[in-house]
Design a protein around this ligand. Structure first.
Ligand SMILES: [Zn+2]
Length: 587
């Protein structure tokens, strides 16, 4: 798939030191052979993120991600593999001349490029109208009234769509843009009698950008009270609403610095915060928060503040978001503004100091939900209390941290005046929760198989790699691990140090890559192991496992041809015995 020649990929891999690459994002401290820091992919207070500069790999023991410099950049910058190679190439000064794409690749690339280009042209057109044209006068006055300064308008690529049916169409025709592409993007629409008309008319336009700042859609607001207040671009090959948050390109740096993200509802909420110097915000703009949105935020922030309207629609949005957060890894807090205020009006009245104070007083999202539910019910009656408990219980069950859940149960019991133990039973008490919690952790940590151990040994001891090569890697490793084993053998034959980064690039799935990085990053435990004995154990275990899959009749046949002094003879005998015993147990 990649259009970058392999030797260039290797050159970048060799030159990009993982320590320098990661240090741009994480502050690292030396600890033994590794460097440690706070994981940028999940919120934590004690460092479990490890970088091994000698091996060129990283791994987080908290959330399990791992890989090499390329996988790190892919994850943290949200890039594909070729994009990550190019990103690092620039950093280490490797010039990449790409091989020409295949016709199929070219078509797909061209299509996407074309869509970005058309959006870009449209954004420039609307921007120019807002800044200079007579047709943009109403937009300019509106921005002035709302106190939007020039720098902010520039950062958001604000524009204005004239009050005509064909302004953009004429502009695109002049630029020789195929109108079909503009239709795919939802910039223009089919007329019934044939031809097209502009989608956005007489509206102030926000350019929606992806994480790299490329324009992928528009949000258009009317200047008066007419409806609909907002029109947004439809989904297109470059715009998926469940994956995009408005303003993420402006906020990514600040989210990382603050370790937090603020989620607001609308374009102007976002703009008001940005202009007031609060830069770590993103906006949902008409779509509900999704799991994909959370994953995006998790790359930059360790916690999230939701700041929705204080009306009932806003409360419902907060409730929906809570469902998502309780099951996920990002802690969430609710910021509340006084009745009837939005971020824009609040900041104008009270200033950014008062806003910071609101953030500091934000409540954990479940606590907010608890208060909200109690307020809405009549807790003076038995019926009302039962209703509140019924409403809270399913959500309480989703809180994965047993200590947190326990504290909530106590608080709820206290506020409602109900029996704590009864409530505990209803949500699956603390003991049950604690057991689940530790089981969850254990299953995350264990899972090292004999084959994994052998791989790690091969990397550490060239003589083990040699033994595996002599014996035949295919006889020892299942299909999935075979390429990894073969890569280690090939590299250890060359006599150089193993290039772990290269080996991980050969692993297809990110999950498997993370698992192997965990295995390779810290090999101190291997020092006490007798490598030759371990090899023997692995070999025997593997062979037994393979033999067990065999047909006893075939084994009998093989047995009859073997010398009864041979090791193989004794092995098969052992297996046949095992098989017989198991059979007799079953019958
Ligand atoms: Zn982590």
């Amino acid at each position: 798939m990649s259009m970058i020649p392999d030797d260039k990929v290797s050159e970048v891999r060799e030159r990009a030191s993982i320590l320098e690459v990661v240090s741009d994002y994480v502050s690292l401290r030396k600890s033994g052979a590794n460097y440690q820091g706070l994981c940028p992919f999940h919120g934590e207070k004690t460092p479990s993120f490890n970088v091994n500069p000698a091996k060129g790999i990283f791994h987080c023991f908290g959330c399990g991600v791992g890989g090499n410099a390329f996988s790190f950049i892919m994850k943290i910058e949200g890039l594909s593999f070729p994009e990550a190679v190019k990103f690092l190439a620039k950093r280490v000064g490797v010039t990449i001349e790409e091989r020409p794409p295949t016709p199929q690749e070219k078509r797909r690339l061209d299509e996407r490029e074309e869509l970005y280009r058309v959006n870009d042209l449209a954004a420039d057109f609307y921007r120019r109208v807002l800044m200079k044209d007579a047709a943009g006068e109403a937009g300019r006055r509106y921005l002035e009234r709302r106190g939007v300064d020039a720098a902010t308008a520039e950062a958001y690529r604000l524009g204005f769509a004239p009050d005509r049916w064909d302004s953009l169409i004429r502009h695109l025709e002049q630029k020789k843009v195929p109108l079909a592409a503009a239709e795919t993007l939802g910039l223009i629409r089919h007329k019934e009698g044939g031809g097209y008309y502009d989608t956005f008319r007489n509206r102030l336009l926000f350019t929606i950008a992806d994480i790299q700042g490329r324009p992928i859609g528009f949000g258009g607001r009317v200047l008066d009270d007419s409806l609909p207040k907002y029109i947004n671009s439809p989904e297109s090959p470059v715009y998926r609403k469940s994956e995009v948050l408005f303003g993420v390109n402006l906020a990514r740096q600040a989210m990382r610095e603050q370790g937090a993200a603020i989620v607001v509802e609308g374009y102007f909420d976002h703009l008001a915060l940005h202009q007031a110097g609060v830069h770590h915000a993103v906006a949902t703009c008409g779509t509900a928060l999704t799991g994909e949105h959370l994953k995006l935020l998790q790359r930059y922030a360790g916690k999230v503040y939701t700041l929705f309207d204080s009306d009932s629609a806003g409360s419902k949005a907060t409730c929906r978001a809570m469902e998502l957060f309780l099951g996920g890894a990002l802690p969430a807090f609710v910021v509340e503004l006084p009745e009837g205020e939005d971020p824009d009006s609040f900041l104008k009245k009270e200033g950014s100091g008062a806003f910071a104070d609101r953030i500091a007083r934000a409540r954990p999202i479940f606590e907010w939900f608890f208060r909200y539910t109690v307020r809405a019910a009549d807790t003076g009656t038995v019926e009302g209390k039962v209703q509140v408990v019924e409403e809270l219980a399913p959500h309480l069950k989703k809180i994965t941290n047993p200590v947190e859940r326990d504290l909530y149960v106590r608080e709820i019991a206290r506020v409602l005046g109900v029996n704590e133990r009864a409530l505990m039973r209803k949500v699956g008490g603390a003991a049950v929760a604690a057991a689940e919690f530790s089981r969850h952790r254990e299953s995350k940590r264990s899972g090292t198989t004999t084959e994994d151990m052998l791989l790690a040994l091969m990397g550490k001891y060239p003589e083990v790699a040699g033994k595996v090569a002599d014996y035949g890697a295919a006889n020892l490793f299942p299909e999935g691990l075979l390429p990894v084993a073969e890569a280690i053998i090939a590299q250890s034959r060359s006599g150089n140090d193993i290039e772990w980064g290269l080996i991980l690039d050969g692993v297809g799935s990110p999950e498997e890559r993370s698992r192997l990085a965990a295995l390779f990053i810290d090999d101190r435990h291997l020092e006490e192991i007798d490598a030759h004995k371990a090899f023997e154990q692995c070999r025997q275990a593997r062979e037994r496992a393979l033999l067990k899959q065999q047909d006893p009749k075939a084994l009998q046949r093989e047995l009859s041809q073997l010398d009864y002094d041979s090791e193989r003879y004794r092995e098969i005998l052992g297996i046949l015995n095992d098989l017989r015993n198991r059979k007799s147990q079953l019958s």
